[in-house]
Design a protein around this ligand. Structure first.
Ligand code: ZN
Length: 148
């Protein structure tokens, strides 16, 4: 188990050092900003949504290793998925990091590396920040001109 834990930590460290899809998305039609004041994690998620499909997703910002790795791996796991599929993955991920997963954590693929977070309740917000922000971006639409 400790070997596995080390492996998990390696994956998280590697993603936090070299996050994937870490850039502003020029043609984003949805975006949202997420902030976790407990830790200081602060990210913007950019989405290019084509109908119901996540054609592209990127993020920018700064935060701790867990939050950054989670954002990086979130973009990888929802790219090409429908809104509904992304929500479903988030639901499973949320259960995993809060220690309520009842299925096989391996069904989450690489995201299973975050299982250890459930032992550190304070870190749950770090691990789920990017996902909550993704949800906000999926629901809201970026308006270039405000009529309000
Ligand atoms: Zn954090």
């Amino acid at each position: 188990m400790s070997d596995l834990r080390e492996l998990y930590q390696d994956v998280i460290l590697e993603h936090s050092k070299a996050p994937r899809n870490f850039r502003e998305l020029q043609n984003a039609n949805h975006k949202a900003e997420g902030y976790n004041p407990l830790c200081g994690d602060h990210f913007t998620i950019y989405l290019d949504l084509e109908g119901d499909k996540i054609h592209d997703v990127t993020f920018q910002g700064s935060g701790c290793a867990i939050s950054k790795a989670s954002a990086s791996m979130m973009t990888q796991s929802v790219k090409g998925k429908s809104k509904e599929e992304a929500e479903k993955i988030f639901e499973q991920f949320h259960q995993l990091v809060t220690g309520q997963a009842n299925g096989d954590p391996e069904s989450l693929g690489k995201l299973a590396v975050f299982a250890g977070v459930s032992e550190f309740p304070v870190r749950v917000k770090c691990a789920t920040l990017a996902w909550h922000t993704l949800q906000a971006a999926l629901e809201g639409k970026q308006e270039k001109i405000s009529t309000e």
